[in-house]
Design a protein around this ligand. Structure first.
Ligand code: NAP
Length: 457
């Protein structure tokens, strides 16, 4: 069975799940389609009230939701709790703002009245990754619940218990059956669902490999898609930086969620004048982490999500070193049974190094020395990806001038990457297309329906 719950802290497998049968898939498709039709005539107030109930249910089941996420993919329990609270806020945000965001737009035109309605498209297929098991689902579920698009969920195969728990919480809140249909599916079953005429669109958050495959199927069936993919985000330090703030922000920008965040800062680009001091500060912050049981509050660095994730990262680091990178800190075995990866700092990564343009999904920082701002910007943009970025400067205007030149979907100034319901999330280049969250995310899967009424007298 492909769907298994394995605790990466102690390698214990504590559950496994059968894939959905063809009969279950057919029933889910029909249920989603029937609900979409019913929602066309519903008024938004009811769904807004229900989404607030879901938010409250998440808050009241915070610990149970947090614990299953930590047990299945290893993140620190505190990070899991924060994730649940953020997701409750996302639900409240869309419940409160949907009416405004979905207002028809009146167009200026001659001799006619023209409006654009924002109508639901219908059931959506969502393929989601394990790194934020609840948040990834909420980013797609909450706005589409308000739009009136039921969501068929295929969660990552290593977090099936989290997927079940999410569906159960929504059910406990009283959400109509079919609002979120969690199915354990293989890739062929997903392709069949995308091809089905009752499904109107597909959203995938994950790797560029997964994104390309799913987008190919969506394209073959002319289904709209959004892709939220990986990144190797730059963290640019300008020479007028506030150093105290810099050393507060930089380590966490790489290490939170054990470095397994799409928009974590992965490449630190530092002026020559600050380089040695910055490296020293990063080494002491990395030395200070405490690896251990992610359920314990004193642990500050959790294991990676799985054996497979650890093996992949180790292979990339080995390749980087074999191709000339220097290990400034870390890359030693960790004497714990779980899937721990020692926080590691690589320097001297040249453009010829195979990892130069890869995503390192774990606690591995690359630090680069540059001699001018132009060189920093050029290096930041020398990437197949374009997801997020950070610019650190004592002068916000200076930072904004640099930020505008970064080819990415998001830039955070004097702050580590973050996500809030009102901020659009997404990237360009191989980091994907489309946006989630905010008004932009809410309008990803609506029919912008023009109604043109000619003047007759
Ligand atoms: P992944 O392998 O692409 O998987 C993501 C999801 O898609 C999983 O549910 C996976 O199922 C499914 N999937 C993969 N290939 C598929 C295919 N050919 N057909 C149908 N479904 C498919 O990604 P991952 O390695 O689990 O997640 C980490 C990646 O996600 C990183 O690259 C990270 O940067 C990216 N990410 C991006 C964002 C963003 O918003 N831009 C946010 C978080 C993470 P299985 O689990 O069954 O393989």
């Amino acid at each position: 069975m492909a769907y298994k719950s394995v605790n990466p802290y102690n390698n214990e497998m504590f559950n496994e799940y059968e894939n959905a049968t063809p009969k279950e898939i057919e029933a889910a498709l029909q249920q989603a389609s029937d609900l979409a039709r019913r929602w066309e005539d519903d008024d938004l107030t009811q769904r807004s009230q229900m989404l607030h109930k879901i938010a409250n249910q998440l808050r009241s089941q915070k610990m149970a939701m947090a614990e299953i996420m930590t047990r299945e993919m290893g993140k620190l329990i505190g990070e899991s709790e924060e994730e649940v609270m953020l997701c409750a806020n996302i639900a409240d945000y869309f419940a409160d703002h949907a009416e405004k965001f979905l207002q028809p737009t009146k167009l200026e035109t001659t001799d006619a009245e023209a409006i654009v309605l924002k109508q639901p498209l219908g059931p959506i297929m969502a393929c989601e990754p394990w790194n934020y098991p609840l948040y990834q689902v909420m980013r797609i579920f909450a706005p589409n619940f308000m739009v009136g698009n039921p969501v068929i969920l295929k969660h990552a195969s290593i977090v099936p218990g989290s997927a079940r728990k999410i569906a159960q919480i929504f059910e406990d809140a009283g959400a109509p059956e079919g609002s979120l249909l969690n199915l354990f599916l293989d890739y062929d079953q997903i392709a069949e669902i995308i091809a089905d005429s009752r499904v109107t669109a597909v959203a995938l958050t994950g790797s560029d490999r997964g994104g390309k495959e799913v987008a190919k199927v969506a394209g073959a069936h002319l289904k709209k898609s959004t892709l939220e993919l990986g990144g190797n985000d730059a963290f640019i330090v300008l020479d007028d930086v506030d150093k105290e703030l810099l050393y507060q922000v930089a380590p966490g920008a790489r290490l939170s969620n054990s470095g397994q965040a799409c928009t974590a800062s992965k490449r630190f680009i530092v002026p020559d004048t600050l380089y040695d001091e910055f490296l020293e500060q990063m080494i002491s912050a990395f030395e200070a982490v405490k690896m251990g049981d992610p359920m314990q509050a004193e642990t500050t660095l959790a294991p990676l999500s799985s054996k497979k994730a650890k093996e992949k990262l180790q292979k990339q680091v080995d390749e980087a070193v074999a191709s000339g990178a220097t290990v400034a800190y870390g890359n030693q075995p960790v004497d714990l049974p779980g899937q721990f990866f020692m926080p590691t700092i690589l320097t001297n990564v040249t453009p010829e190094n195979p990892v130069f343009d890869q995503e390192l999904f774990g606690p591995v920082a690359q630090i680069y020395r540059v001699h001018s701002e132009e060189e920093a910007i050029e290096l930041a943009n020398h990437s197949q990806y374009g997801l997020g970025s950070v610019v650190m400067s004592g002068d916000p205007h200076h930072a904004q001038k640099v930020a505008r030149q970064i080819k990415a979907g998001m830039t955070f100034i004097n702050h580590e990457w973050t996500s809030l319901p009102e901020l659009p999330f997404g990237g360009i280049k191989n980091s994907g297309y489309g946006r989630e969250l905010s008004k932009l995310g809410m309008l990803a899967f609506v029919n912008e329906h023009l109604i043109y009424t000619a003047e007759t007298n």
